[in-house]
Design a protein around this ligand. Structure first.
Ligand SMILES: [Zn+2]
Length: 261
């Protein structure tokens, strides 16, 4: 049986964060069927929260030079040939399929705006001031702005490995960021402040459990986590161990820059 907008809106209301600004991450498939498709999820979010942003990153624009700075979490020889498949950044290009169908639906929503980063853009509705904080040098600034506004992160059928906000918190602790490059109509642009790997982030789920709010919607679990609480947990864990929250893959190029500091 399919889930309706009424049921979904009720589920969001049960989170008790009505009229708060949120950053959302979602797996559409996790719901197991929604009447009206992904648009229903977007409509329910817009009816329930003050502002909604989602990552609409465009990894297809990424290019890798043959040589570059050392300790940059990238094997230049390995990635350089992939540059041949890069696409020129365009503000209207779809978000990467990795992001899922819901961010792309939000991006195409009437009234939605998209921030300007050629790789790490966010799209949102009623979030112009949040999106406007992003710069080429500070791609995660919209999340910092959400923290100032007492915002929340909403995870729909996904875990903390897709929780972009953790990247913002780890950056604030001084954790290493990387340099990447994007193909644009103005040439190849250097994009500093590129975050590390997020595959190890779900390890902090038990630490944020105490202030995480949960509801069921269809087959999905929706979790809402206050950004200030989440940031405090990341700060504490990285203070205790600056190599914490890396992934378990011993071949991970970015995690190894942190693991072997
Ligand atoms: Zn990793």
């Amino acid at each position: 049986m399919s889930f309706t907008i009424r049921e979904l809106t009720q589920a969001f209301q049960q989170l008790g964060i009505r009229d708060m600004p949120v950053i959302a991450h979602a797996s559409y498939k996790s719901f197991g069927g929604v009447d009206g498709g992904p648009q229903t999820v977007v409509d329910a979010m817009l009816a329930s929260f003050a502002s909604v942003i989602m990552p609409t990153h465009t990894y297809k624009t990424m290019v890798t030079p043959q040589v570059g700075p050392r300790h940059n979490g990238i094997d230049y020889e390995r990635w350089y040939p992939h540059s041949l498949n890069a696409e020129f950044y365009d503000p209207d290009m779809p978000s990467d399929p990795l992001m899922g169908i819901i961010p792309e639906t939000l991006r195409r929503q009437t009234g939605a705006k998209r921030s300007s980063h050629p790789i790490l853009s966010f799209s949102g509705v009623c979030a112009d001031d949040i999106l406007a904080t992003q710069t080429l040098d500070n791609p995660l600034a919209p999340i910092r702005k959400l923290v100032e506004l007492d915002g929340w992160v909403v995870l729909m059928g996904v875990n903390h490995t897709v929780n972009t906000s953790i990247h913002c918190a780890e950056k604030m602790t001084g954790r290493k960021q990387f340099l990447r490059w994007a193909l644009t109509k103005d040439g190849i642009i250097a994009c500093p402040g590129f975050p590390g790997c997020s595959a190890g982030f779900d390890d902090l789920a038990p630490d944020v459990e105490i202030f995480t709010r949960k509801v069921r919607a269809g087959n999905a679990t929706i979790r809402a986590v206050p950004l200030r609480g989440l940031f405090a947990v990341v700060f504490e864990r990285l203070k205790r161990d600056p190599k914490d929250l890396v992934c378990g893959d011993i071949g991970c190029e970015r995690c190894n820059e942190i693991r072997y500091l």
